[in-house]
Every structure is written in structure tokens, then in C-alpha cells.
Design a protein around this ligand. Structure first.
Ligand code: KG4
Ligand code: ZN
Length: 334
């Protein structure tokens, strides 16, 4: 039987556990989301997120192990757990559980950078990234553009100065009374609407930094100054998404033109589940003859499988990082 790493992800609001082989196949997986709870408050509340992880984590691990039909002693190679970045209370629950299991099962526990987990999500279910790669990470907590070379070294081209892209989707969704997380709902509405409202395209043609807080405020101003009966959520969503795509497209194309020799375009993070962003990425990759790596839809948002696959990478590179929970870590660290 092949060996598996048990991946544990609790950096934010999802408790997610998975067993993953070295080539990225998922043997078994459980994700418990806290959306119902979060909807009562309109977003993630760290204290509630921590409490929900306490309730969810052991049943999720139990269920993953019992449905996998494996021999823990022989078939589990190690335990990989998100050590950060994330909400510290949530991270502590994942890490403490991982350390306890490690002691009990006599397995190595590897602390994984959540952002490197997202990068690996594009290799789940067998795909392979070719390097050097232009990597756009767009999630609820982060937004940045990097180049990763064949040795795994990371050059940061630019990041957001304020809101992450997922945060902008969620905040605009809240203005439109959509449930949290609003990204998928905005996408759906946008597909039914017209991009008829002119929202700004912040920092377009200004290097590789992003800024989404002004775009969000501009949507808010539009909503508060328009007659209620004239507001069409579909058109607001389509116009917001249009601005987002215009900004992403300009920065991706410019980065590809200025950095010769790229092998692939990689777009990861929860917002990489957006159909519009996936379609745009495909068009851009095709135009420049780059290989495109997107996470399979199921693995775009936070999950334990990407952490387990990153764990294999750490193991191969002999990066056995102690899983000390830490709220912030840049992508270039392990
Ligand atoms: O990567 P992720 O699960 O968590 C963080 O690491 O932050 O990303 C969550 C974010 C949320 O803001 C959510 O609204 C957004 O990803 N998201 C989407 C879609 N699915 C999730 N945004 C746009 N379109 C989607 N289909
Ligand atoms: Zn994430």
C-alpha cells in the first residue's frame, strides 16, 4: 500500500483533514465549515472559529481515518499541520491536535506554511507545476503575485496594500445581503448581469501592487446613492467582477511580458474557484503558450489535502519545521 500524509488545516474557519499520497491523490477527506455560524455574524469571528474547531476536529480526523481502511503504523508517513499564517487561536487547535497524534502514533509532525499549501493545491489529483512559474495567490487573507523558480525560490512581484481580493468579494457580498462567503454568490450573480456600472480599476498599470479597498468603497457609495428600486445585484456584481478581472488581466499580462522564460501560470487561493478568473487565466496562458495550473475546484478553498501534499514536499526537502503557530509568515518561508 502507498503511504499517506495526514494533513490538518485549521488556519481560519474550515476544519479540514485529509490523507494524501506523495503523488497528490486523496485517499480520504473531511471538511467542516462554519458558514452557518459565521452567517449569524456576517464574517469570521476568531473566538467562535476556535470553538468550532474544538468541536469539529476530532470527529473529522476519526471519520477520515476510519473511512480510509489503513494501518496507521505502516501507512501514515507523517502528519502535516498548518502552522500559519492564520488566526492564532484556530492554528493552536490544529497544531495541538497534530502534536498529540504525533506522540500517540510516533509520527513526525511537520509545520506547513498555509500559503505553500495553496501553491500545492494546484498539484492535487496528479497535475504538476512547471517552473519558473508566475503564481497569483488570491484568497480571503492574501493577494500577491510571485515568480517561483525551479529551486523553489520565491520573488515577490507585488501584493495588496489593503484588502485581499477574497475580502473585497465578501464585503461587497455583505453590502448586497449575500451569505458568507460571498465569492461564489457574486460570481453567479455576475454571470447573469451586465457590467454597466463604472467602478474603478485601482492601481492598474502601476506595477504589481494591488488595492481593493477603494473598489469596495466605490461599490458602497454606488449602493448608498442610488435609488433602491434601480439597484440590480446582478449588474453590481458583474461590474465589480469586471473591474477585478481588468486589474488582474493587466498585471498578469505585464508580468508575463516582462519576465521571459516562464513555463507556467498558476492561480491559487479560494478566489481561484471563480469561474471568471479561471476563464481569464486560461485565455492568458493560451495567449503566451504557458502551461496553466489551477487547483481542482474542490481544492481551491482551504483544505487539509493541500497541507498534506505540501507536507510531502517538506519531507523530500528535509524541511521538518516545528509546528509553532504563527499569525503571519511570508510565502518565501517554509
Ligand atoms: O483560500 P480561502 O479558502 O481562505 C483563505 O486562506 O483566506 O479563501 C476564501 C475566500 C473567501 O473570501 C471567498 O469568498 C472566496 O475565497 N471565494 C471565492 C469563490 N469561492 C471562494 N471568490 C470568488 N469566486 C468564488 N467562486
Ligand atoms: Zn487559504
Amino acid at each position: 500500500m502507498s503511504k499517506y500524509i495526514l494533513g490538518i488545516e485549521t488556519s481560519c474557519d474550515d476544519t479540514s483533514i485529509a490523507l494524501v499520497s506523495e503523488d497528490g491523490n486523496i485517499l480520504s477527506e473531511r471538511t467542516r465549515s462554519q458558514y452557518q455560524l459565521l452567517n449569524q455574524y456576517g464574517g469570521v469571528y476568531p473566538e467562535f472559529a476556535s470553538r468550532a474547531h474544538v468541536v469539529n476536529i476530532i470527529p473529522a480526523i476519526d471519520s477520515v481515518i476510519s473511512s480510509a481502511d489503513l494501518n496507521i503504523e505502516e501507512d501514515i508517513a507523517a502528519i502535516a499541520v498548518t502552522r500559519g499564517p492564520g488566526l492564532i487561536g484556530s492554528l493552536i487547535i490544529g497544531v495541538n491536535t497534530a502534536l498529540t497524534l504525533g506522540k500517540l502514533w510516533k509520527k513526525e509532525v511537520i509545520g506547513v506554511n498555509h500559503l505553500r499549501g495553496h501553491l500545492k493545491s494546484a498539484e492535487l489529483e496528479g497535475a504538476r507545476i512547471e517552473y519558473p512559474a508566475l503564481v497569483l495567490l488570491v484568497s480571503g487573507g492574501h493577494t500577491f503575485l510571485t515568480i517561483i523558480d525551479p529551486a523553489g525560490d520565491v520573488t515577490l512581484l507585488g501584493q495588496t496594500r489593503d484588502d485581499s481580493l477574497g475580502e473585497a468579494y465578501d464585503k461587497v457580498g455583505r453590502m448586497l445581503n449575500l451569505e458568507f462567503p460571498a465569492g461564489p454568490k457574486i460570481d453567479k450573480l455576475a454571470l447573469q448581469g451586465n457590467a454597466s456600472i463604472k467602478f474603478p480599476t485601482p492601481l492598474i498599470n502601476k506595477g504589481y501592487e494591488f488595492s481593493f479597498s477603494g473598489l469596495k468603497s466605490s461599490v458602497s457609495r454606488y449602493l448608498s446613492t442610488s435609488e433602491q428600486e434601480n439597484i440590480l445585484a446582478q449588474d453590481v456584481s458583474a461590474s465589480f467582477v469586471h473591474s477585478v478581472l481588468t486589474v488582474l488581466e493587466s498585471k498578469l499580462r505585464s508580468a508575463i511580458k516582462k519576465n521571459k522564460g516562464l513555463a507556467s501560470l498558476v492561480v491559487v487561493g479560494g478566489v481561484a474557484a471563480s469561474k471568471q478568473i479561471r476563464d481569464l487565466s486560461k485565455d492568458i496562458a493560451d495567449d503566451y503558450g504557458l502551461k496553466l495550473n489551477l487547483p481542482p475546484l474542490k481544492w481551491a478553498t482551504d483544505n487539509g489535502a493541500m497541507i498534506a501534499l505540501a507536507g510531502w514536499d517538506y519531507l523530500k526537502k528535509d524541511k521538518i519545521i516545528p509546528p509553532n503557530p504563527i499569525a503571519r509568515i511570508p510565502i518565501y518561508e517554509y
